[in-house]
Design a protein around this ligand. Structure first.
Ligand code: NAI
Length: 328
């Protein structure tokens, strides 16, 4: 079975090559180009392609993959909002993903962002390097005794609930489906109530028509002054322009983002030598209470190994026509 691996990074090759020994018969070709309508034709002669969060697996891309007789799209991630799943079905292309590889990896990063913006660790690090040992601009708040509001209590949100409990926080949550296993220490409330009463809000729901721009200037105005907002889920859950408006209203003690609307062209690229034509990201970064990381929540050794193993198992299952919980 021949797999074309788009947007391959050194760490992808390492983790997939390590797992490959368990899957004899699978051959992987790694390429640097990401999957989109301009690069889909490269997949000619391959049984399957492997894509990621920034790939464009829309209608046109799928049409070309289908023409080239590609039967399977393997998403090496949990989210699949960048895949036209309906069209894939129409074309008979199987799409599989990795729904869970290490929920704790992402949840721990969400808490790391919350702590970093609260205690301004990025500032403190630079200040001390400059022999500036003053405490100006570094005052934070205790998390202990505060309220954490978790939006979306699936695998990652549940892990975040457990972490917040460990910090001695009161944990409230909103989800369209309540997670019974959390009810011992999590109180479910409406989204409105959560936004109004939380000191830390962390987003862990998928991007759908319902959740697009769920954080906008209207919802921001209902939040407590001095709230910390963290997004490790998908950028478009938050309207960036309206977040900037909210920051200017002094709503936030801190904002920690591992994902943001403009990230598609940036994710995992070194653009440090470029002059970016326009960038709301730079505008966001001009504020002292904002920290952005570039979609690294998943990036732990444990998660990478699990992603490689599940993706290759997905390929075998697709080849054998086996439907599993990983089908999109
Ligand atoms: P999951 O599917 O286990 O949980 C998602 C939860 O969101 C479910 O409980 C679902 O009922 C809930 N939900 C759906 N619609 C909702 C709505 N309208 N309002 C509130 N809750 C809603 O997914 P998992 O694994 O916990 O991942 C969550 C998100 O994290 C993914 O959608 C993905 O976008 C993102 N992610 C980010 C990574 C990173 O590196 N930063 C890595 C992996 C995932």
């Amino acid at each position: 079975m021949k797999l074309l691996f788009y947007d391959a990074k050194v760490y992808d090759k390492k983790s997939f090559d390590t797992e490959l020994s368990k899957f004899p018969g699978v051959e992987i070709e790694y390429i640097e180009e990401d999957l989109n309508r301009r690069t889909a034709h490269i997949a000619e002669g391959f049984d399957a392609v492997c894509a990621f969060v920034s790939s464009d697996v829309g209608r046109e891309t799928l049409d070309i993959l289908s023409e080239k007789k590609v039967k399977t799209v393997l998403m090496r991630c949990a989210g699949f909002n960048n895949v036209d799943t309906e069209h894939a079905k129409e074309l008979g292309i199987t799409v599989k993903r990795v729904p869970a590889y290490s929920p704790e990896a992402v949840a721990e990063h969400a808490m790391a962002l919350a702590l970093a913006v609260n205690r301004r660790l990025y500032k403190a690090y630079n200040k001390v390097r400059e022999n500036d040992f003053s405490l100006k601009g570094l005052r934070g708040v205790n998390f202990h005794g505060k309220t954490a509001g978790i939006v979306g209590t699936g695998k990652i949100g549940a892990a975040m609930c457990r972490i917040c409990r460990g910090f001695g926080m009161k944990v409230i949550a909103y989800d369209v489906y309540e997670n019974e296993s959390l009810k011992e220490f999590v109180t479910y409330v409406t989204l409105e109530e959560l936004l109004k009463t939380s000191d830390l809000i962390s987003l862990h729901c998928p991007l759908t028509d319902d959740t697009y721009h769920m954080i906008n200037i209207g919802s921001i105005r209902t939040m407590k002054d001095g709230v910390i907002l963290v997004n490790t889920s998908r950028g478009a859950l938050i309207s960036t322009d309206e977040l900037i408006e909210g920051i200017r209203l002094n709503k936030f003690l801190g904002v920690g983002l591992d994902v943001y609307e403009e990230e598609a062209g940036n994710v995992f690229e070194d653009r440090s030598d470029e002059i970016l034509a326009h960038s709301t990201t730079s505008r966001l970064l001009s504020f002292p209470n904002v920290m952005i990381t570039s979609h690294q929540g998943f990036y732990t050794m444990e998660a990478l190994a699990a992603i490689a193993e599940t993706t290759l198992q997905n390929l075998m299952d697709a080849e054998n026509g086996a439907k599993t919980g990983n089908d999109v």
